[in-house]
Design a protein around this ligand. Sequence first.
Ligand code: MOS
Length: 671
Amino acid sequence: MTSMLSRAVGTPVARLEGPAKVSGAARYAAEYPQDQLAYGWIVPSPVPRGRLDAVLTDPAAEDVLAVLWHGNAPRLRGSDDAELAVLQSERIAYRGQPLALVVATTLEAARRAAQVLQLEITAEDHDVALRTDHPDHYRPEKVNPDVPADTAEGDVEAALAAAPVTVDVTYTIPALHNNPMEPHATIARWDGDELVLYDSNQHPSGIAEAVGAVFGLTAERVHVITEHVGGGFGSKGTARPNAVLAALAASVIERPVQVALPRQAMFSVVGHRAPTVQRLRIGAGTDGTLTAIDHQTWTQTSRLYEFVESAAVVTRSMYPVPNLRTAHRVVPLDMPTPRWMRAPGEAPGMVALECALDELAAELNADPLDLRIRAADPAHAACLRAGADRFGWSGRDPRPRQRREGDWWIGTGVAGATYPATAMPSTARVRALDGGGYEVAIGAADLGTGARTVLAQIAADELGVPVEQIRIRIGDSTLPAASVAGGSSGSASWGWAVTGACRDLVASKRSEAVFDTTDLVEQQNEKNRHACGAHFAEVRVDAVTGEVRVSRLFGMYDAGRILNPRTARSQFLGAMIMGMGMALHEESVLDPAVGTWVNHDLAEYHIPTHADVEWIDAAWLDTPDHDLNPIGARGIGEIGIVGSPAAILNAVWHATGTRIRHLPARPDKLL
Ligand code: MOS
C-alpha cells in the first residue's frame, strides 16, 4: 500500500544537512558557544596497573581553575559501568585511564598544566598480552550483545573424525580502534540541578540515562544535545568518560566545561575492537557438503568491565550444518575496555569463517564460490550468484599464483556477508504545522549517514507531501526517546515509529500523533531475520615489495528495501573500505613492556585513504521485506564490513599462494 504512494523513499535525496555541514554552519558537540567556558584536559595514566597515591599541583600554574583527581573529586553515585566512575578510585586499570582532569580558562593552559602535572604512582606488574593458554581465561555468562557464550549441536568431534576433508586453522586479528572523524567531545553545563550536555554520541536518551545515574539524576533532568555527529562506529553508542568528566568539572567550578578528546585518547578511553584468536575446524564431504564446524575464540576484556567480542556468533547462522559448536573464552587484562566497533562479532568472526572456508575449497580443489552457493541459504546464494555475474567470476582458475602481469601477482576472492535485521523500541511524534508542512520529532542521532534525510523521506510518503514539507527534529534527549544509532537498526527502528505516528495522524485527523513501537519490535526480532550479501575482491600484489593493491572491490546485498540509494551506497562503500583497512592496514600494535598499544594517532594507525581505493562499487537486490516491518528495511550500516576483509585476504592467497592468518596482510608477510 505504502509503496503505491511512495515518491520520496527509494530516490537519491541528498542529505538535508549537507549545506549546513559544508558551509560550517552545522554545530558539533564542542562547538556550542558558552559564557565562561572552561576547558578540561585529561591526564592519562602512564602505567597499566598500580595505584595513584598523590597528585602534586603547581600553585603557580596560570589560568588553571581546578585539578581534579580521586583525592578531591566529588563522590559519584554508582553505575553498572565502572568506567564511568571517573576519578573515584586510587586503582589504575589500564595505561591511558584518566587519572586527573586539569581545568583551565583556555585549552592550551589546561594541556600545558596537564603535561607537567606530577603524579605519585605505585606501579605494579602488569599483564596485557592475550594468549590462548592464559590461565585466567573463563567462559563468560553471555557475549555481546546478550547471547550465550557457547553452543553445541550434533557431534562435532565424531563428524570431523569421519569427514574425508577437513581444515584446522587459527586466525588472529589484532586490536582495532574506532576513529571517527570527530573525536568524542562534551560540553557540560549545570542549569540549577539540571545537567545540559552537548555531547557527540549515538544515543542521546541513553547518554542522558547513563550520565544521570552517575550523578543521581533521573534521565529527565539531563538534557543531551547531539545535533550533528562526525561518525561513531559504535564507540559513541554508550556514555564515555569524557561526558562524566565534563559534568563533574562543571559542578566543581560552576562554569560550563568542555572535554574534547585529542586523537591520542581515542586509543584508550572510547573502546575498541578486542583482539581475537579464532580456531576454525571444518569438515566436508568430497562433494563439498559441509558436515561439521567448530569455531572457538579467545579474546580479552578489561579489569573494569566485561565486554566479550562475540566472534563465533555469526557462525551459528551463516551456514546450516548438522554438527556445530561455537565457544568464547575471555581473559581480563590490564588494558582498556573493548566495546562496539562496526559489526562487533560479525566482522572478525567472518574473517576466520570465510577464510577457513576458502582454505577448505582449496583442499577440495573446488571453486570457493560454488562451495558457498552449495552451503548457503537461498537468499545468500542469490547474492553470491548475482554478485559473481556483476564482478565477472566465471572462468576463474582456482589455482593460486597463476596470474602475473609485470611485477604484480593478480588474484580474486569471494566471501559471504550477513548481519542481523533488528529493530529496537522507539517513539516518534508528528505534528501538523500552522501554515503547512509537518514536524517529525524523534530523539535519534544522525552519525553523518543520512538518518534524518531518510526519516524525512519516510514521513513525506506517509503524509503524501514532498520532502521539503517535512521538518525533522532529532538529536535531543528531550524529544520522544529513540533507540541507539547502532546495530544497523536505526532506519528500521525510527522509521517504524515515524511511520506509525504519521499513519495515526492521518487516521485520527488530529494535528498531533505519537507512536511507540515497543510492543511491535519484539515480534520482528523473534523472526530472527538477516540481511545478506556477497563480497568480491580483485587484488594485485607486488612481487618485489609485497604491497597489496585492491584493484576492484564489489558488494552485492540483499538488505530489504533500500530507502535512499545515495546514502545507502555510501554506507555500503564506507563499510567495505573499513573492511579493506581491517584486511590490509589497521593494527593496534601492542608493546607488552610499555603495557599498551604504541601507535595512537592516524600517522601510525593506518586506515585506507582515497589513494588506496581504486574501483569500488555496491549493488543490491531491492527486495522490500514488509513482513518484517512497515519500512521493509533490514539494515545496511554494518554488513559492508562483514566478509569484505575475507574476500580481500582470499584474493591475496589466490594471487600469491600465501595464506595470511594473522591480520593485517602487511607487505612483510608476503615476501
Ligand atoms: Mo555499531 S558497532 O552497532 O554502532
